[in-house]
Design a protein around this ligand. Structure first.
Ligand SMILES: *Cc1c(COP(=O)(O)O)cnc(C)c1O
Length: 233
């Protein structure tokens, strides 16, 4: 398993480097988040052993279990899925980055449950495609909320997170990523001083190259890393 996992990881890293180079960016400016929601503890552990220190989960329960089991190696945990407010107390203290800041109420709950002196790096999730099934702020809801969000002193808002439309293929995905970047640029111009929207978390296995071209600084990659390993997906 480790050989195949290593090959997959090398391939993803090479594709990130290629996409960065093609758009005149440095690979160092792009963080690969290994999304481990499909795989068990052993495979998650193996990925960390291959120096993928940033790990993403979309379900709180899985994150709790893995974070507890892997506490000694202290990976950087990224919460990338919707978090119900009754799960923030147990989830928030485990995180390095909250990507799915998808409502003001959730951000307020996260602010209350963060227990460390340095604020929690947090992204505002945007429902860029307007898909009803997706979580996140509508693009025009963010600016009116920025002052309230900036007042949450236990959170450090660092950027925006979004997902491409399910339909429309790669052309639509690229448009969605461009729209998220443009929204970021517009908001940044009117942001309170406490907020700096440098990070763009966008791009998954099938479209991270496009996301990087449009300015992604964090890509969330799952299935490409685990191809050919058998098991859960
Ligand atoms: C599952 C998931 C990913 C990874 O998707 P892949 O297509 O498997 O790379 C990225 N972001 C979010 C929010 C996810 O839920």
């Amino acid at each position: 398993m480790d050989t195949r996992l290593r090959e997959n990881l090398d391939r993803v890293r090479a594709a990130i480097a290629e996409a960065a180079a093609a758009s005149g960016r440095s690979t160092d400016d792009i963080c690969l988040i290994g999304v481990t929601k499909y795989v068990d503890l052993e495979t998650t552990q193996a990925l960390l052993d291959l120096a993928c220190h940033d790990l993403g989960e979309s379900r709180p329960q899985l994150l709790w279990n893995k974070a507890e089991a892997m506490q000694a190696q202290s990976p950087r945990w990224h919460m990338i899925g919707h978090l119900q407010r009754n799960k923030t107390k147990r989830t928030i203290p485990l995180l390095s980055v909250l990507h799915s800041g998808d409502s003001l109420r959730l951000l307020q709950a996260a602010n209350e449950d963060w227990d460390k002196p340095e604020p929690l790096a947090t992204l505002i999730e945007v429902n860029i495609s307007g898909d009803n099934a997706k979580h996140g702020f509508a693009p025009d809801e963010i600016e009116p909320a920025l002052r309230q969000i900036a007042a949450l002193s236990n959170l450090k808002i660092v950027g925006l997170m979004g997902m491409a439309s399910l339909e429309g293929g790669r052309d639509q995905a690229q448009q969605d990523f461009a729209a998220l970047r443009q929204l970021r640029d517009r908001l940044q111009a009117n942001c309170p001083d406490e907020i700096s929207l440098e990070q763009l978390s966008m791009g998954m296995s099938h479209d991270f190259d496009l996301a990087i071209r449009e300015g992604a600084t964090m890509v969330r990659v799952g299935s490409s890393l685990f191809e050919g390993l058998g098991g859960g997906h």
